[in-house]
Design a protein around this ligand. Structure first.
Ligand SMILES: [Zn+2]
Length: 495
């Protein structure tokens, strides 16, 4: 809203000295002060950047950025400069001060510009600057794609085992990672020990006893050892980009990795085997897939019918101070098919999960595993499956390069497909035979549980216990684990 009484602009003077211009900062300040005085305005601050100094400041330490902060704090509303070039060391600087980012009134003495009266000129500059930013962004994106195709990792700290090669020291291939022999030995040892069956905590202790520290200079811990065992970079595999801030090593699909342009420290098979042991075979259950942990598994404590999942709906009461009721929300629930109850399912799932993790973390959890006649090794099966996939890949490239005809390829592909199917069946069988088998080599049960598929968790629950859900009083809400414990009975099947 425009004020009835015109306000006297509060002015910030901005001066910049750059190499190729002769008008000194003192002169600029003087000219600006005179102009402000002539207009009857008020100077509230003077900012000056000296770009001729050896270390050209950029970013937060500049007077420019201090000035932007002062504007954001409401200390002034108008900036005055002697020429447009003073506010645009780089063209994109203009984006800092004009809409949409900020609306600072700009007065340029020499060019007679005042954005309050006519901002055509500044608008043109803003458009040009936006275009420049767009071009730079596209160029950077193209560079990132090109770098990835060439198998080069994102700049940053390489993992333990590698050193970063600065651009001036790179070879013709532009290799970024250089093997650090001492650290690489730690990595090889971690994989060797783990695949031989050593628990994560033991591996961490042994490394510490041998005097090895992590990159951060601290002792190894189960979690840092686990991170090594999951990391595709050690097999020279470049994982696809993940959303910023959501990195999840367990979610990486090895088939989607690009071959890295650096030396591997471990074999791909070792990586596949260790990932298989840590996060399990991610079976693709379809068809009768269940959405919730306990539907069809838990039973009603009164009639023993398996519970079904249902969708509850909250019915908020109207608020006193107007506005009506809050919108109702749907939630995940379990109900007895005979109508004995319908209860919020999240807290029950959480309670049962906690019990499972606690039970599986106990010293004697290994006793839960039924010894099997044939010892099917899931890790080995997994490696075989990966190798078959690799063969399928190379056949495709033979055909693409004209080294193999379609007919020749067809025969081989069918054979591979049959073998793959057989392997998958064996894995499925091994898992169905005893869902606990894999746990024999899992050290961090909680992490395993969190990354296991729902189908796997259901198998574990089913193998461990019978869950009986009791009705709770109408309108009573169970919100804590303790309250859930009182309203859910667990009967152990094993152990
Ligand atoms: Zn019932």
């Amino acid at each position: 809203m425009a004020s009835a009484v015109p306000r006297v602009p509060r002015v910030a003077i901005y001066a910049r000295q750059s190499v190729d211009e002769d008008q000194g900062i003192a002169q600029q300040l003087e000219d600006c002060r005179t102009e402000v005085h002539r207009r009857g305005w008020r100077v509230v601050a003077e900012h000056q950047d000296n770009d001729t100094s050896a270390s050209k400041e950029r970013g937060p330490k500049t007077a420019w950025s201090a000035m932007l902060k002062a504007f954001d704090a409401g200390e002034f509303d108008t900036v005055i400069v002697t020429e447009t070039s003073r506010i645009t060391r780089s063209l994109i600087d203009v984006l800092d001060i004009r809409p949409p980012q900020r609306d600072i009134r700009v007065v340029v003495i020499r060019e007679g510009i005042d954005t309050e009266l006519d901002d055509f000129m500044l608008k043109q500059l803003v458009l040009l600057a936006e275009r420049e930013v767009r071009i730079k962004t596209e160029r950077a994106a193209r560079y990132a794609v090109g770098r990835r195709l060439a198998g080069h990792p994102t700049p940053g700290k390489p993992p333990h085992g590698y050193g970063w090669v600065p651009s001036i020291e790179r070879d013709a291939a532009g290799t970024r990672y250089r093997v650090d022999e001492a650290e690489a030995e730690d990595v090889r040892r971690i994989f060797r020990e783990f695949l031989a069956g050593a628990p994560l905590a033991q591996i961490a202790r042994d490394l510490g006893d041998a005097g090895s520290l992590t990159r951060r200079g601290v002792r190894w811990h189960s979690s840092t050892v686990r991170r090594v065992l999951l990391n595709p970079l050690y097999a020279a595999l470049l994982p696809p980009a993940q959303p910023t801030g959501h990195f999840d090593a367990t979610a990486i699909d090895l088939d989607a990795c690009t071959p890295g342009a650096w030396e591997a420290i471990i074999e791909r098979d070792q990586l596949v085997a260790s990932r298989g042991r840590l996060i399990g075979v991610r079976a693709n259950h379809s068809g009768t897939a269940r959405k919730w942990l306990l539907s069809g598994l838990a039973v009603c404590a009164i009639c023993s019918h398996p519970v079904r999942s249902a969708s509850g709906e909250t019915h908020p009461t109207a608020r006193k101070a107007g506005g009506g009721a809050a919108p109702s929300r749907r939630y995940h629930a379990y109900r007895c098919p005979k109508g004995h109850f319908m209860r919020n399912g999240d807290i029950i799932d959480q309670y049962v999960s906690n019990i499972c993790v606690a039970r599986l973390s106990q010293e004697d959890a290994i006793d839960l595993i039924t010894p099997r006649s044939d010892s099917i090794d899931i890790a080995v099966l997994n490696s075989t499956r990966e190798a078959l996939k690799g063969r399928r890949q190379s056949i495709a490239s033979f055909v693409a390069r004209g080294l193999m005809t379609d007919i020749e390829a067809d025969g081989s592909l069918m054979e591979i497909s049959r073998e793959l199917q057989a392997i998958s069946d064996q894995i499925a069988l091994a898992v169905r035979e005893d869902p606990f088998a894999e746990l024999a080599v899992v050290d961090d049960v909680e992490a395993w549980w969190d990354s296991a598929t729902l189908a796997r968790r259901r198998l574990i629950v089913d193998g461990l216990m019978v869950v009986r859900i009791k009705p709770v009083g109408h309108g009573r809400r169970v919100t804590t684990s303790d309250a859930a414990a009182a309203s859910v009975d667990v009967e152990w099947r094993r152990g």
